[in-house]
Structure formats: C-alpha cells, structure tokens
Design a protein around this ligand. Sequence first.
Ligand code: GLN
Length: 543
Amino acid sequence: MSNSPKFIFVTGGVMSGLGKGIVTSSIAKLLQVCGLRVSCVKIDPYLNFDAGTMNPLTHGEVFVTDDGGECDMDIGNYERFLNTSLSSRHNLTAGRIFSNVLKLEREGKYLGQCVQIIPHITDAIKYELRNISRNEKLDVLVVECGGTVGDIESLPFLEALRQIELEDGSSNTCFVHVTLAPVLDAVGEQKTKPTQHSVQELRRIGIQPNILAVRCKTPLTKETIRKISLFASIPTDCVMSSHDAASIYSVPEMLFKQGIVNVISRNLDLKAKPKITKWNKIANSFLDTNGIVKIAIVGKYVDLKDSYVSVVQALLHAGAKFGKEIIIEWIDSERFEIKSQNDSEKESGKLIADQLKQFSGILVPGGFGSRGSEGIINTCQAARSNNIPFLGICFGFQLAIVEFARNVCEIKSASSTELDPETKNPVVLYMPEQLDIKVLGGTMRLGLHDIFLKPDSNAFQIYGRKKIQKRHRHRYEFNQDYLDLLEKRGMKFTGSSDDGRRIEVLEIPTHRFYFAIQFHGEFQSRPGLPEPAFESFVKACIT
Ligand code: GLN
C-alpha cells in the first residue's frame, strides 16, 4: 500500500465557475516547488470523446496539446502553472472511458460478464489515473473532477475516486472540495449553507473531504471558518479561503499562507518544504505594473471571454514582462461588417479605422466559418493601412492574406474556400489531406509540427532560431499559387513546414508590426516566459 501512487482529488460544489481549475493548478504548483514530481488530470464527465467538437461560446477554448489532443481549457492552466507540456491523456472524458470499455466488450474481453458502471467503468477510470501516475513516475497526481457534485454524469468518476481511497488507503488520497460562500445582503455576512449542503451531497456518495477551498469575494472570516468546520466536520486549519485575487498567479501564495502545504503533507504523509520565492517573483510581475496597453481583440466568440483564455494569458504574460497592465477590449467582428448598399465602402472603412485607432494594437484570434469574417477582413485592412501593430492567429493569418490579396493585389474576388466555396480566387483553401475526411472529430491538422524560419526575417528575429515547434488546429491553408504575387506587393512569407508545403508565418516588413501565424503560439506561452510572437507584438504596442 505504501508504494501506491498519491492522489489529490479536487471536486466542485454549489455551482461551476468557482475557479476549481486555478485551485487545482495552484496546489500542483505548491507541490512542484517542494521538489516533488507532480502533474494534473482533468476529468470531464460529458459524453463527448474530447472537447474538439464543442462550441467555444458555451464551453470555452479548445486547448491543443503537443500530441494534438483537443482538450478542456483547464489543461492550459495546468501547463501554464507547472511550465510543462501535458499529453491528451491528461484530459479524461466519459466519452473516452465508455468507448474504451465498449471496444473491449466487442472484442470479447469481458466474455460471459454483464458489463456495468461498477466495476467495469470505474475500473477503467482507476486504470487510466494509476497508469498516468506510474508512467510519469509521479510523486503526486492532482485530479480535478469537472462538473458539480450531484450531477448524474460525474457519479461514476466520483465512485472511482472513492474506490481509490478505499483500495490505496487514506494516506495516499486527499480530497479537496471547492465551494462558495456568497454574500447577499448589505451587512456582508458570508453564507455557509451552500457549502454545508454541498459537503452533505459529497458525503452521501461516500466521500468526506479533507480540505475545503471556499470561494468568496473577501477573505473568509474566523466565524465563517468555524461554522464551516463544524458542519463539514473538518478541522478549522483545513478550511481555506479562496477569495478574489488580482491575478490567478497569486493564488498559490494565498493558499500557501493559509498552510495548505502542511495540511496536504499531513494527509499524504509527505515531507514537503516549498521554495516559493521564484514563483512569487513571477506572480508579482503581474501586479507591479506601471502603465497600461490597450489592445483590441476582434473575433467571433467574444461573448465568452473563456473562448480565448490562452490568447488572453499570452498577452498578460507579455505585458508583465514589460511591466505593463494589458487592457483588452473585446470587439465582435460582425460590428465591422458593411451591412447594406448604403454603407459606402470607403466611409465604413474610415469608421472602422477611427474606432480601432484608439488601440495600441489589434489581435485577430482563431475562428471558424463565415459569420463575422468580412468584419475581420476589414479589421486587417484598418490595421495594415493605419500602421497599427497587428497579430493574426490561424483564422487571423488566413484572413490577413485574403485582405491583402483583395486590397493590395487588387484581386477583388479573393477569398477562402471556408467563406466562399465557389470563389474564383481561393487564396486560402482546404488542405489536400483534408479532402477525403468525412468525420469531424479529431481530424484537423493538430498538434506540434516543425516550422522553419527564413534567416533575414522578422520571424527569425522574433524567435531567435531557425527551427521552432508549434501547435496547430486547422483545416485550411494559404494557397501558394498566389505566393509570388503577394510577395511582389510586399507581404513576405517567412516560415514554412512539411518541407515547404505549408506556409506558417507572414509579415509586412514595411509596417510597424504586421505579423501573423498559422499556428497557435498562445498554447505555449507561460508566466515569466511569454511566447515570442506575443512578446514582440506587445513590445511593438508599447514603442
Ligand atoms: N477555420 C480555419 C481553419 O480551419 C482556422 C482555424 C483556427 O483559427 N483555429 O483552417
């Protein structure tokens, strides 16, 4: 039993959006700075195989891992806090577990048995978690269970976690439950009832939490802690206040100060001494800023900020490096579409430019489909012709090409076949490998690919080397039949992959900063180590 892997299980109560992912990442970070080998897993109890086919507006960003997994956005938090790259196995969905079990059933592996949630599904869950811990030789695996306790979908997962405690012993498992203490009235009393009920719900399924992390606006009062401790039956030093923080990167220190490392060490029988100074220096760089930089993000999924979390974080990482606070203005690209014949193109162009000129920089992130795309093309034009620093990512890269072809190379009908399948001038088109693909899940060009940069380019200056490795998620690409024409007019293509078959980087050298990438640099940006394209973009916005 003593050789069993050690697990911390993070569950959520009351409602979603309490920062469970940040608590999970912070706990993992604190153990990492103790010198332990730590990693995180996100359980998503939904039936989708992965997050790839989900709408970012309801579910948040699809985070892409090195191995091409289309994952829940919490994987991005883990990577950023731990400064590591995780494989797609670290996102465990009910869809994947069920399909594994059903495949085995068809193969006859359970011959003669009635295949059930307990033990077959729960065994498959336990197997996955233990396997990750064993393969990566981890001291501690922190497992976050998505959803809220009481959801039907999460029951098999919580049952599996309960069984791990039973089988491996309580010195190998520690349950952290994240809840909420709302304040409703003017008196400002922190209400404990939602936490009480949520702990009861957890106990009903056989789990007694060891630690509570209670989300609240202001620090939990002594009285609130005492009350929660009594009703939840856990010692007062195990009730952590998870109050609003100026930066997510300050949460490890917040929990550390309340003694969470000691409590976890006590529970898991660990000898842990954190060396947190280096991390705190990075965390503090997000707070010690002088001056602001206003950046407009013009995109399709701007109604839910979580749709572009990694882009936002990458900008913040870059801002912190230069001691600047980044203020983001979200603009729905549909606002920049020319709606009727009465809107003369010239006037609309001027109006758009007038609105965008107030920003130090413009960023166009990824996106899919035609809605709002003309507004993005107009945005690219405004940034280009007004010399406003511009960073385009994936869809932003592709539409910057369409804009340049239309307005500089005077190919009026230029488009992407994603927007107009019949276009006479497909400057962006379906990648040939994609043509035979019939199913949509997991079939884009995904994950890490080598990219080679041209020596005398801004790209080379930015990355400081010839070869880089970046993550991808796309089906369309630049049509190189138009390369010579566009280059003649001043757009340079300075990075390529797959032996030159795919163009990955564009720039306009005569512009202050006009840079676009087919890959998603944002997924590899880290606090203290901003991704170079974002760093250079923010630098250009400041100077
Ligand atoms: N829709 C484009 C493509 O599939 C861009 C994708 C993206 O921005 N991630 O190629």
